[in-house]
Design a protein around this ligand. Structure first.
Ligand code: CTP
Length: 448
C-alpha cells in the first residue's frame, strides 16, 4: 500500500447504483496515504451524498462546472486534471462512457476527464445493468476510450440491482486498488515517448483487441453459466501457490535462472484471494508487486521453494504449482567469485537434479487435498502433460503452450488445456487473469 503514499488521485463518480461504493474506495485511498479529490456527476448525487465524499476525501467535492466555490480565477478543471497522478472513474455509467468517448463536456466530471494530460493514467470502471453493458453503443464507446489510452477495469458478473444476473457489477474495492497500483507502477516503468516516432497500429494493438474479445467471451460464458463472482467458493480453504523462476547459484555473483515472470502464479493468487481463500504465495525472484492480502513468502532457490512448499502444504486444501522451478542446480556452488584465470580453456559446470516439489506434494497428498501442476511444453503438449499428471500423481495439469503467440513465460496471455484423469478441456488464448479464473472454476467443479 506504500505505493499510494502521497499519490494525487482524482476519483470520478457517475450515476450508477454502484456509486454507493465510492466513499469506501476514497477511504481506502486516504488510508493508504493518497491525496484525493472527488468529481461527481449530478446523477451520482442521487445515489451517494456529496457530503459523504467530502468527509472521506477531506476535500470539497466538485459537481457543477460553474459552482462559485470552485472558481479560482483560472480553469479549475484543467488545474485539477494537471494536479493528478491518476484519475479513476468508478463507477462509470453508460452515459459517462458515451460523453467521454464523444468528447462531450457537459458535466464537471467529463470536463476534468477530458482535460487530463494524455500521459497520466485514466482508469475507467464501468458499472451498469448487463443489457446496457452488452449494448453495441456501450461496447463501441469502450473501444473508443481504449483507443484514446484509457484503461478499462472490466465489470464483474453477478446479481445486479435490476435482479438480472450478468456482467455489470463494479469490482470490489481491493480489485480497484490493485488496478490503481498496477497502473501507477506501469507508468513509473514507462519509457519516455518518442514524439516523432511513427504511429504504431501493430502487433500490440491486435493483441489488445484479442484480449478484449477474450474478456468479453469469458463474461458471456459466465453469465450463461450464472456464475456469481461474489460467491466466495474458496472461503475457509487454504491455497498454496508457487510462482516465478528460481535462481541456482553458480558462485557468489552468478546464477542459473529462467524467463518466468511470475504473472500466472500471481494472477492465481489474486483470483483465489478474491474467491475467499487464505492464500500463501511462494514466489521466486520476480519484478511484480506482491498482491494485497496474500501471504507472500519470497524464496530464491529450488531448495528454498521445496522446503517452504512442503511445510505449507501440510494444512492446505489446494496446491497450485505454477513456478518454473530449475530442474538442475550447480553441484558445487562456490562461495566467492569464480576467477577466469583459475579455469582452463573451458569452464565445466556439474549440475545435479533439484527436488521435484510437485512430485513430492503429489506423493504426500491426502484424499481431501487437490494438487495442480503446470506443464510448459513446446511439442506433443497433451502427451507430455498426461505423463506428468500420472508420474507426479496430480489431480490436474495445466498444459501451457510455449509456441502460441503472446503465450508462455513472459507474455501477458496463455493458451491452456486443463488435463485431469478423464478430462481434457482446451481454452482459447486469454489473459493470465482469465486463465486463473478458468483454473479455479475447474477446481471448483472438480468434486473433491
Ligand atoms: N516442478 C516442481 N519442482 C521441480 C520442477 C518442476 O514443482 N523441481 C513443477 C512445476 O512447478 C510445474 C511442473 O512441475 O508445475 C512441471 O514442470 P516442468 O518443468 O514442465 O516439468 P518437468 O517435470 O521439469 O519436466 P521437463 O522439464 O522435462 O518437461
Amino acid at each position: 500500500m506504500d505505493k499510494l503514499k502521497n499519490k494525487r488521485i482524482i476519483v470520478g463518480v457517475s450515476g450508477s447504483i454502484a456509486a454507493y461504493k465510492s466513499p469506501l474506495l476514497v477511504r481506502e485511498l486516504i488510508k493508504a496515504g493518497a491525496h484525493v479529490n472527488v468529481v461527481m456527476t449530478p446523477s451520482a448525487a442521487k445515489f451517494v451524498a456529496p457530503i459523504a465524499l467530502t468527509s472521506v476525501s477531506k476535500n470539497p467535492v466538485a459537481m457543477e462546472m460553474f459552482d462559485e466555490n470552485l472558481q479560482n480565477g483560472g480553469a479549475w478543471h484543467v488545474q485539477l486534471a494537471h494536479w493528478a497522478d491518476l484519475m479513476i472513474i468508478a463507477p462509470a455509467s453508460a452515459t459517462t462512457l458515451s460523453k467521454l468517448a464523444q468528447g462531450n463536456c457537459d458535466t464537471a466530471l467529463a470536463c476534468v476527464a477530458t482535460a487530463m494530460p494524455r500521459n497520466i493514467p485514466l482508469l475507467i470502471a464501468p458499472a451498469m445493468d448487463f443489457t446496457m453493458w452488452d449494448h453495441p453503443a456501450t461496447q463501441r464507446n469502450v473501444e473508443i476510450l481504449k483507443s484514446y489510452g484509457a484503461k478499462i477495469i472490466m465489470p464483474e458478473s453477478g446479481e445486479l440491482a435490476s435482479g438480472l444476473v450478468g456482467p455489470g457489477r463494479l469490482p470490489d474495492i481491493p480489485v480497484l486498488i490493485d488496478n490503481i497500483i498496477d497502473c501507477l507502477d506501469n507508468k513509473a516503468k514507462e519509457k519516455p515517448v518518442d514524439a516523432f516516432a511513427s504511429p504504431k497500429e501493430t502487433l500490440q494493438d491486435s493483441i489488445d483487441k484479442d484480449k478484449w474479445n477474450a474478456e468479453m467471451e469469458l463474461q458471456k460464458l459466465k453469465s450463461q453459466m450464472n456464475v456469481k463472482d461474489s460467491d466466495k467458493f474458496l472461503s475457509s480453504k487454504k491455497v498454496v501457490i508457487t510462482a516465478g523462476p528460481t535462481r541456482e547459484n553458480i558462485d557468489g555473483v552468478r546464477f542459473i535462472a529462467n524467463y518466468s515472470s511470475g504473472k500466472m502464479g500471481y494472477a492465481l493468487a489474486k483470483a483465489a484471494r478474491n474467491a475467499g481463500a487464505e492464500v500463501v504465495l511462494i514466489s521466486g525472484p520476480v519484478s511484480i508487486n506482491p498482491p494485497e492480502r496474500v501471504k507472500t513468502i519470497n524464496v530464491i532457490s529450488a531448495e528454498d521453494m521445496y522446503n517452504v512448499a512442503v511445510n505449507e502444504f501440510i494444512d492446505s486444501d489446494i496446491a497450485i504449482m505454477s513456478a518454473a522451478v530449475a530442474d538442475y542446480t550447480p553441484a558445487y556452488p562456490q562461495a566467492g567469485k569464480i576467477k577466469k584465470s583459475e579455469q582452463g580453456e573451458a569452464l565445466v559446470l556439474e549440475l545435479k537434479p533439484t527436488k521435484d516439489i510437485l512430485k513430492e506434494l503429489g506423493e504426500r497428498k491426502k484424499s481431501n487435498q487437490i494438487v495442480v501442476g503446470f506443464a510448459l511444453e513446446s511439442e506433443n503438449e497433451l502427451e507430455y502433460g498426461r505423463k506428468k499428471l500420472e508420474q507426479k500423481n496430480c489431480d490436474m495439469i495445466v498444459v501451457n503452450s510455449a509456441n502460441k503467440p503472446g503465450s508462455g513465460f513472459a507474455g501477458e496471455d496463455n493458451t491452456i488445456t486443463i488435463l485431469s484423469k478423464d478430462q481434457e478441456v482446451k481454452y482459447d488464448r486469454m489473459s493470465k487473469d482469465n486463465c486463473a479464473l478458468k483454473i479455479l472454476e475447474y477446481i471448483r467443479n472438480f468434486g473433491k
